[in-house]
Each structure stands twice: as structure tokens, then as C-alpha cells.
Design a protein around this ligand. Sequence first.
Ligand SMILES: *Cc1c(COP(=O)(O)O)cnc(C)c1O
Length: 352
Amino acid sequence: MNFNLDRITRENVKGLSPYSSARDEYVSDGSMMVFLDANENPFENGVNRYPDPQQRALKTIVAEQKGIKCENILLGNGSDEVLDLLFRAFCEPKEDNIITLPPTYGMYKVLSGINVVENREVLLTDEYQPNVSAIKEQINSNTKLLFICSPNNPTGNSFSKERIQELLESFNGLVVIDEAYIDFSLEESWTSKLAKYPNLIVTQTLSKAYGMAGIRLGICIASAEIISVLNKIKPPYNVNQLTQERALNRVLDQKSVQTEVATILAERKKLITTLETVSFVSNIYPTDANFILVKVDDATKRYNQLLEKRIVVRNRTTQPLCENTLRFTVGTSEENSKIITALKTLSNSYGK
Ligand SMILES: *Cc1c(COP(=O)(O)O)cnc(C)c1O
């Protein structure tokens, strides 16, 4: 594998330099200053100043916790913004292509459409693992990004390390490993392999295990060289002040996060035990995430029956390799009791 960041970066992006905001030019030494540089309203209300465009306080803690450096991190308005930046930095519209592995997260395809970049879909195997030889066949010199979601949404499983490693070692574009659900998994994050693979990008988020979907905070972890390309094109104030503050408080409170994750995992186990007894469930797929994919007799019928009982789950039946599947997110103990009762009632009237 011969990875060359310059080769895969868009020509127009190579020539850009990041927008330099008033707050970028002046770096605080901690002493009291009078700020008359950014045309802000001077009356303090907590958000009257522009936020730190580089989110230094938050990045410092995140870097320390993940054993990396601030220069290896880019933060975004959700991982969705991070993923969009990857398209805009590396994929020439109407020329380049990306590879995705359905059934998987829908945003890769949406972003390929928005950015006019061909999406080459290579189905997972029947065991929901990457089909490495089929992926290699699809790669050409215009293939810039390969999206690997592990643990995968909506299937829930983690991909084989050996297969991911083989792709990292053979593909000379960027391998984006989406670890949105990594905090529910016992698998090690690929961030530990950053030094080994210059073409590796890991994305994480505060939207799932950290319980902060509402503040929109996505994390991109990669080599300092890749991060500086992304810094050239990111909107200067893409992570707002309130998000930076709430995220900082949350990442500092690892104990609460871990307690919630442990509770969710215990609830997941309880839900699986019930699903095993449900007459119309024919398969419960292995999961490393906070949701469970199950195969049922008739997904749309069961989806509607649950809806009548005021419970919304995700019907995945139209996804490839997911015919008649439903995806259940693990809720609180109370919420799970409701779905357990509903499933048992429906199970008892099976065939009637
Ligand atoms: C939920 C999810 C995300 C999170 O996206 P945000 O924009 O950070 O909320 C990213 N990737 C996958 C696979 C997801 O399921």
C-alpha cells in the first residue's frame, strides 16, 4: 500500500488556507484583555462571544482520554458534518467514487448524492462481514473513501479485525471507520492504530453512549496531516459555545457515562432474553451496540402492531440483506418493560 495524501486531496483544497478568524489570530495568555476585535456585543450573557474555533479546552480532554494529541482531532457539528467534510476535501464531484458496504448507515449514501460522488455499493456477506475480494474489485484510481461502520448500523455486529486490517493495508485511499457505537463494545478502538496506518480515519460521536445527540458533537481522529486538510475547509465556528461547554462537562464525567452504558447493556440482555421467547422472531443478530436487529415473520405487520401500542421501532425490511427485520433501540428499564409486555402479548396471539 502506497498512501499519498497529496494524491487524494482535491486540487482546489490543496491551495486553500484556513479562514483566520479574530479569535484565531489572538491566543489568550490567560490575563484580562479587552476584546474589541470581533464586532461582538460586549454585554456578557454567556454566549455573546464567538466560540473557540479550535475547541482547545474540549480537545485537550478528549485527546488525553483517548491517548492521542489535539492535532489528531477535528470536532464537528455531529459526525454528519465530519463525514461531509471528508467528501468535500477528498472527492472531486463527478469524477471520484467512494465505497460503502450495505446494509449500513444511510448518511454515506446521502452525502455521496449531495456531493455528486459515485457510491459503489458492495454488499456485506451473509454473515454481515465486509466482502474483501469484492471490495478490492471495485477499487480504482478514483476511489477516495471506503466507509466501514463497526459496530455496524443497522446490523449491530463488529467487523472482523483481520478483514479491516487487510483493507487498511491494501487500499491507497482513506479508510473511514465509523465507531459511533464503539463505547458499547468490548472491541478496541482503531484509534490505537493511527501511527501504523496513515490512511486511517476514525469517527466517533457524543450522540449515542454519551447521551448528547441534541448538542451535535462529532469527533474525527486521524493523522495530523489529514486533520490539517480538514481544518482548511471546516466552517470556523462549526461547534457552538453551548455544545463545547456541555460536551466538556460530559466527557469529564466518565463515571456517569459508564454507569449508563452498563445499564443499557444489562437492559439489552433482558430484551434479548424476551425476544428469544417471541413466537414470530426467527433470528436475533449478535450486537455490540445499543440496539438489536431481529428477523420476524412480517416486519411491516409487526411494526404497525407495535405502533398501535404506541411503540416506535425501526423497520429495516427494505434494506439489502435485512428482509423482515426490525431494529430495537435499548431504552430505559420502564420503556423496555413496555416493549417486553407488548411483544409477549403479540407473541401469544401468534397464528390466531
Ligand atoms: C448515530 C450514528 C452516527 C451519529 O451521527 P451524529 O451526526 O454524530 O449524531 C454516526 N454514524 C453512525 C453509524 C450512526 O449510527
